[in-house]
Design a protein around this ligand. Structure first.
Ligand code: FE
Length: 347
């Protein structure tokens, strides 16, 4: 059974501090999650069914969870932390909010490029699903050939057409961090300047807003995570269907390094009171069944190889070549990327 924590965390922390034995017998796991998908309910209740470990869940967005972990410090009741985006996972690792995990199951099932660097005691975080950052374009205003690489978003031929959400949003910071890995810092900064010069409007809104602005013709070209597209593709609303009719989708850089992919992932919290249960939960997330719930719940791809999703929107997007650089490197580049964004005026 899933029980949402209604009481303030300070009370929970106090309870844990005063009666550790009672809690140990009860077998609980305190989960801080930035995910809020209805299919995750089954994910959690299946874990409880299989292990008898009850999950206490705290839902907040990534920034909220990180702030909470920091303010709680060593008194934090958090056992497992689920975040979206490699840049945020990397930041939390650097801020000392996680602890390394040595697990044969996780080592075998999670590809090495989709987890943090192992400094000897095991990785600090693991990706459990992937999303691609793709280009969408207005089919009547833009030719696919003009937008099938990320580099072309900064090419003068696309002047006045490009729309994105804020440059410093983690999804973009991770994409730009990947570009820095592929192109080197100098060319990446030139490219970012080109993207800013090509903008149809100042960055605003989320990825779905960019897709809609491409459909309406306000923008010719935009960048989005695949699950926002999949959500529109699977929507029964006629307005959403009309949007999808008007936009083309490109998985960029198929002829070179491949399309940028990011992760949603998890980690064991630095001061996890229930460490054993926490590791068990991460291993559970790498199981075949959990992988399907975890990825499919947000129209993402599982990280474990050889699993097939039955998701019509993802199937319609087809197979594609992904970049192979480690996501940890992408996170690591974010400080330099932010400096570049400030210099080129990418708000
Ligand atoms: Fe998102």
């Amino acid at each position: 059974m899933i029980r949402r924590i209604a009481a303030p965390l300070s009370l929970l922390a106090a309870a844990l501090a005063t009666s550790p034995a009672a809690f140990a017998q009860e077998k609980v796991l305190n989960l801080y999650s930035a995910r809020h998908y209805s299919t995750d309910e089954a994910l959690y209740s299946n874990f409880t069914k299989a292990t008898g470990i009850k999950i206490n869940r705290v839902d907040a967005d990534d920034a909220g969870i990180l702030a909470r972990l920091k303010s709680e410090g060593s008194a934090s009741p958090a056992d497992v932390v689920l975040l979206v985006d490699a840049a945020r996972l990397w930041r939390a690792e650097v801020d000392g909010l996680f602890q390394p995990v040595k697990s044969k199951v996780l080592d075998e099932r999670i590809p090495a490029t989709l987890r943090s660097k192992d400094e000897g005691q095991g990785p600090q975080w693991f990706g459990f699903s992937t999303r691609a950052r793709v280009v969408v374009y207005n089919k009547t205003a833009v030719k696919k050939d003009d937008v099938d690489t990320y580099e072309e978003l900064g090419d003068p031929k696309n002047k006045g057409k490009v729309c994105t959400r804020s440059g410093s949003h983690p999804y973009n910071v991770s994409l730009f961090g990947a570009m820095m890995e592929h192109l080197g810092p100098q060319k990446t900064e030139q490219w970012l300047k080109g993207v800013v010069d090509n903008m149809a409007r100042a960055p605003k809104g989320g990825d779905t807003d960019q897709i809609k602005a491409v459909a309406s013709g306000e923008c010719g070209i935009a960048i989005t995570n695949t699950y926002y597209l999949a959500r529109l593709m699977r929507s029964s609303s006629p307005d959403d269907r009309a949007v999808i009719e008007k936009v083309g989708v490109v998985f960029p850089n198929q002829q070179s390094w491949g399309t940028h992919v990011n992760i949603a992932g998890g980690a064991v919290a630095r001061n996890a009171p229930n460490r054993e249960a926490a590791v068990k939960f991460l291993e559970y997330l790498a199981s075949n069944d959990a992988q399907n719930y975890f990825a499919n719940g947000n129209n993402e791809w599982p990280v474990v190889k050889g699993l097939r999703l039955s998701n019509p929107a993802l199937e319609a997007m087809g197979d594609f070549k992904t970049e192979t650089i480690p996501v940890s490197v992408v996170g690591m580049n974010q400080v330099k990327v932010q400096q570049m964004l400030d210099r080129v005026g990418y708000k």
